[in-house]
Structure formats: C-alpha cells, structure tokens
Design a binder for this molecule. Structure first.
Ligand SMILES: Cc1cc2nc3c(=O)[nH]c(=O)nc-3n(C[C@H](O)[C@H](O)[C@H](O)COP(=O)(O)OP(=O)(O)OC[C@H]3O[C@@H](n4cnc5c(N)ncnc54)[C@H](O)[C@@H]3O)c2cc1C
Length: 297
C-alpha cells in the first residue's frame, strides 16, 4: 500500500511529492508530461527560477526528487479512481492498479483553443493570458485584449501598469455602455467585429483579422479562452466544483482537502484567480503536508 498517489506530476504534484518524500512517505506520482505552460518559451515570476524554460524547471525538479527513495515517478495516465479514505485504487493506462491511503489531484487544466485560424499556433508566444507572466518583456508596446466578459474590464485597468497603448477587441461581445464609457475615458479604443484569424509573424507580432475585414496589428494579444480540467476523475468521484469566468475549479478546504475525505487537490485545478507556477508549487507543498499529517497515528 502506498501512502499517497499523486495524479499530475508538474509544479503542484512534484511540490507535494517533495514534502511527502522528505517525510519518508511512500509516494507514486503519475504524469503525462503536458504542463499547461509548455507552449511558453520562458516561465516568469517563480523565485529562483525566473526566465527559465518551464520544462527545464520541471526536469530539474524531477532530478532533485531522485534523492528521495520513497518517491516513484511514473510516466502514465491515471484512467480511473475508486475506493475511499485509506483504501483508494488508481488504475493507469498501463493497466497498473495502485493502492493508496490518500490521493492528491494535481492534473491541471487545458485551455480550449477557439476555432480561429492561427490562434492555437500563437498561444504562448504572441497570444498569452497573464501580464504577470509575460507583461514585462513587452511593456510599453501595443497590447491587444480579447474581450471575454465583464472580468475583461479589470484586465484593461490592470494592463495600464505595463502599457498605455491598449486596444480592446470586442470579439462579438456587447460591452455595456458604462464600461465602454470608462474605456473611452482611459483612451482605450474598442474594435468591433469577430476575430476570424490571427496572423502570427514572429514572436510577439500579431495581426488580428476581423470579420468586418479590418486588420489590426498589435505587438502582443492577451486572451482568456475557456478551460477545462485535464481529466474527469473528479467527476467520477463526485467532487464538488466551483464556477469561474473561464471554467471550473475543484472546491478545497483550508487544508486542501476536496469534498471527499482523503482526497486533496492543488494547482490550477483548484485556483480560481491568477493561477501561476508559484501558487501551484505552494498549494502542492501544502497538500502534501496536510495529506501526510492526516495519516499520523
Ligand atoms: C501560455 C501560458 C504561459 C504561462 N506562463 C506562466 C509564467 O510565466 N509564470 C507562471 O507562474 N505561470 C505561468 N502560466 C501558468 C502555469 O502554466 C500554471 O499555473 C501551472 O502550470 C500550473 O501547474 P499545475 O501543476 O497545477 O498544472 P500543470 O502544470 O498544467 O500540470 C498538470 C500535469 O498533470 C498531467 N496530467 C493531466 N491529466 C493526467 C492524468 N489523468 N494522469 C496523470 N497525469 C495527468 C499533465 O500532463 C501535466 O503534466 C502560464 C500558463 C500559460 C497557459
């Protein structure tokens, strides 16, 4: 019997494993090697690892975990989960059945690319979601923001700390008149029409092509496509989720336990606001510690 099976071995899952390994608990980490930021050339904002390729950070983390004999890293997908506290069973796509007393879910989320020509190809380079992650490198340049709902108003206000050249693309949304007035007051032009194509020239230079036949060039485009959890294991377990403007996250308590005893969760799968590598690592570490403390005799 393992103490913990961790499903998803990226920033959150490996941080959980590190704490559990240091506490000499027997841990298996299952991972399919597709972290959300794998499209980005560099990861920013993680203390000690700023401006490093995200996959390099993860390779280094895995190498460091090799010090801990009770941690086993497995390249496999968790296909199903059953059981209850002290007696969970995870079955992998290699048909391995893994027993564990506790589970940590850290399988992250998938950004769902809109059906717009060139969007997916530009994701992570000239189309990005987060100014804290990618804003510094393009500060002062011409930014575009794809409107995705009322929450985009806050993005428009936020971006002013990086640039005073912002264009909003309504992309078919009916932006309320009071918000339109505020954008005008801030000298932020709003371009009507639906985006039909993104012409990606090279890093950070994009032309937004609209169904009105207008083309608008920007240096970088910020967008918040809808996302969904990378797996549906939480659904089969009946775990409670919460809605956010872009998708759902798992509900966890202050000890990172989900609504099912013995199942903990961390990372983007649980983060409704400003998900980041720093948050995922911190939450993963705490999930590992709380899972371990729940097994004390
Ligand atoms: C374009 C882009 C750029 C970003 N840049 C930054 C940045 O500069 N700085 C920053 O702090 N944040 C950045 N982020 C956010 C960052 O990527 C996430 O916050 C972070 O990756 C979340 O870590 P996580 O461990 O929760 O999930 P993830 O890193 O997404 O990892 C989840 C892991 O679970 C695995 N998995 C999924 N399903 C299964 C399964 N069934 N069985 C086993 N394994 C499974 C996946 O393969 C993956 O390895 C960026 C995000 C995007 C989209």
């Amino acid at each position: 019997m393992n103490d913990v099976v961790i499903i998803g071995g990226s920033f959150a899952g490996l941080a959980a494993a590190l704490q559990l390994g240091r506490a000499r608990r027997k841990v298996i980490v299952l991972d399919t090697g597709r972290p959300r930021n794998r499209f980005a050339g560099h990861s920013h904002g993680l203390l000690g690892h700023d401006h490093k390729p995200p996959l390099d950070i993860l390779v280094e983390a895995r190498q460091q975990l090799a010090r801990y004999p009770s941690i086993r890293l497995v390249n496999a997908r968790a296909e199903s989960v059953s059981g209850a506290i002290d007696d969970f069973c995870v079955v992998t796509d290699d048909n391995e059945s893994l027993k564990a007393r506790r589970l940590i879910l850290s399988y992250g989320i998938v950004d769902q690319m809109p059906d717009v020509l060139g969007f997916a190809e530009s994701w992570g380079t000239s189309i990005v979601p987060c100014p804290y992650c990618d804003g510094f490198e393009v500060a002062g340049q011409h930014w575009g923001l794809v409107w995705s709902g009322p929450q985009s108003h806050q993005s428009a206000r936020l971006f002013h700390d990086w640039t005073d050249k912002l264009t909003v693309f309504a992309d078919g949304h009916d932006i309320p008149s009071d918000i339109q007035a505020d954008l005008t007051h801030r000298h932020i032009p709003v371009v009507d029409g639906r985006i039909v194509e993104i012409a990606h020239h090279k890093d950070h230079i994009t032309t937004v092509i609209l169904d009105t036949r207008r083309n608008v060039a920007v240096d970088i485009l910020f967008a918040h496509p809808r996302n969904k959890p990378s797996a549906s294991l939480h659904q089969s377990l009946g775990l409670v989720t919460m809605d956010t403007p872009t998708g759902i996250v798992l509900k966890v308590d202050e000890r990172r336990q989900t609504t099912m005893p013995g199942i903990y969760a961390a990372g983007d799968l649980t983060t409704p606001f400003l998900p980041s590598v720093t948050q995922a690592s911190s939450q993963g570490a705490m999930a590992g510690i709380f899972a371990q403390q729940s097994m004390l005799v």
